[in-house]
Design a protein around this ligand. Structure first.
Ligand code: SF4
Ligand code: F3S
Length: 106
């Protein structure tokens, strides 16, 4: 499966959702996740993300490893998103920030 990692938090550019052939993105308040039960590993979403937040589970860096379980945990709780929309208002400001895990809202 592919995994949405920390870079998405407080950005939520949503370019990723419109290309997914199986509509497996789920939307939270300031983060998206991929439903691992639906993702078909096509990888077309990867280059769409302006902050490179989407990574294959097999290529996760050690400091992003927790996002595999987090995507699986949150996917059943959040609604499907299939249409791109405006990024969050402060997306540009947060795009380069590291260590923003604590900013994630459920
Ligand atoms: Fe959707 Fe393909 Fe991305 Fe999986 S890898 S989330 S199926 S676009
Ligand atoms: Fe997030 Fe990137 Fe999609 S910021 S909403 S994973 S385009």
């Amino acid at each position: 499966t592919f995994v949405v990692t920390e870079a998405c938090i407080r950005c939520k550019y949503t370019d990723c959702v419109s290309v997914c052939p199986v509509d497996c993105f789920r939307e939270g308040p300031n983060f998206l996740v991929i439903d691992p039960d639906e993702c078909i590993d096509c990888a077309v979403c990867v280059p769409e993300c302006p902050v490179s937040a989407i990574v294959a589970d097999t290529e996760l860096q050690a400091d992003q490893a927790e996002y595999l379980a987090l995507n699986a945990e949150l996917a059943p709780l959040w609604p499907t998103i299939t249409d791109a929309r405006e990024p969050l208002p402060d997306a540009a400001q947060w795009a380069a920030v590291r260590g923003k895990r604590s900013e994630l809202q459920r």
